[in-house]
Design a protein around this ligand. Structure first.
Ligand SMILES: *Cc1c(COP(=O)(O)O)cnc(C)c1O
Length: 338
């Protein structure tokens, strides 16, 4: 099966498994796992942050960050289709007792003007206190859209002026960096906290990193424990993450090229109404006949290609490091013949 449902389906390569097998480990709740410490130091330095915390998932890093930044009754500003709101099981309300201000925006992205507009005046007791802004780069529901750097700079500047922390859900931040060309340390300076996923396009089996100041990460470490995320000999999985950061970042442009090839093929298919312009590794297409979405997915499956429903009449394909040039050639050929 050529699995394009998500970039989370990757399996560790032989070299990554070797790194995992050789990992030195200790009890990470005692801060004694050398591999976890190495991964945290590596990730923090990469993005110019003081400290990092290795967590079990991107949902966990996001939810911990929100819990540290926000008090119960406070409000988080984010895009209406953001992962933290739409795909984290109501965690903002459940874990942190906070409300959300959901903003519309082009392809999963919000801008400084609308944040300024929806920031609640703190002197008026009617309104929940706005306590956090969170953005997603790349934006999943936006079809892997990348923020313009000057847009992020404006948001970051505004948040500083308003004394609001800015969080990045960077599940696919390396895909964004491959497009905007920024050095991770320069990019990291825009944010107070950053979540990065090691288990998406980077191909590690488990884990995410939360990055921020030393004081922020100290608080986050406590929250991680309370959320049940304190892991013991976690070096076994951190080794995969470290290997991923050191070996699988430079190749992401290949996934982007593959996604473009899929976009091109889909654009010329009569059964496709439109394709969201591809910027990174996510391809979102709308079918001519929305009713036939599930039939289309089934037909492709029979041909050995898996993709995902992504809304009414909408499908998503995601490229990743387990998809080869030959796989893409086969997909293109199959889509054109379907
Ligand atoms: C995948 C993803 C996450 C984290 O998901 P987990 O499965 O919990 O690791 C967070 N944000 C976005 C945008 C994602 O795509």
């Amino acid at each position: 099966m050529i699995d394009l449902r998500s970039d989370t389906v990757t399996k560790p390569s032989p070299a990554m498994r070797q790194a995992i097998a050789n990992a030195e480990v200790g009890d990470d709740v005692f801060k004694e796992d050398p591999t976890v410490l190495e991964l945290e130091t590596y990730g923090a330095q990469l993005f110019g942050k003081e400290a990092a915390l290795f967590c079990s998932s991107g949902t966990q890093t996001n939810q911990i960050a929100i819990n540290v930044h926000v008090q119960p009754g406070g409000e988080v500003i984010c895009h209406e289709e953001s992962h933290i709101y739409k795909y984290e099981g109501g965690g903002i309300a459940k874990n942190s007792g906070a409300s959300v201000r959901l903003l519309p925006g082009d392809r999963g992205r919000i801008n400084a003007a609308s944040i300024a507009n929806w920031m609640n005046p703190s002197h008026d007791v009617h309104f929940p206190l706005t306590q956090l802004v969170s953005i997603e780069d790349t934006a999943n529901r936006g079809g892997g859209a990348v923020y313009e750097v000057d847009q992020i700079a404006q948001i970051s500047q505004l948040c500083k002026e308003l004394n609001l922390p800015l969080h990045l859900d960077g599940a696919r931040v390396f895909n964004a960096l491959a497009v905007n060309g920024l050095d991770p340390a320069n990019y990291g300076a825009f944010y107070d906290s950053i979540s990065i996923c090691l288990s998406k396009g980077l191909g590690s089996p488990v884990g995410s990193l939360l990055l921020g100041s030393a004081a922020f990460i100290e608080k986050a470490r406590r929250v991680r424990k309370v959320f049940g995320g304190g892991m013991r000999q976690a070096g076994m999985i951190a080794a995969g993450g470290l290997y991923a950061l050191q070996n699988n970042v430079q190749r992401l442009h290949i996934d982007h090229q593959h996604a473009k090839q899929l976009e091109q093929a889909l654009t010329s298919c009569s059964y496709i109404a439109s394709v969201v312009p591809v910027q990174t590794n996510i391809v979102v297409a709308n079918l001519q006949d929305p009713e036939r979405r599930d039939v289309f997915i089934e037909l492709l499956k029979v041909k050995g290609i898996a993709c995902m429903a992504f809304g009414p009449g909408m499908i998503r394909m995601v490229t990743h490091l387990d998809i080869s040039n030959e796989d893409i050639d086969y997909c293109v050929e199959t889509l054109l013949k379907l």
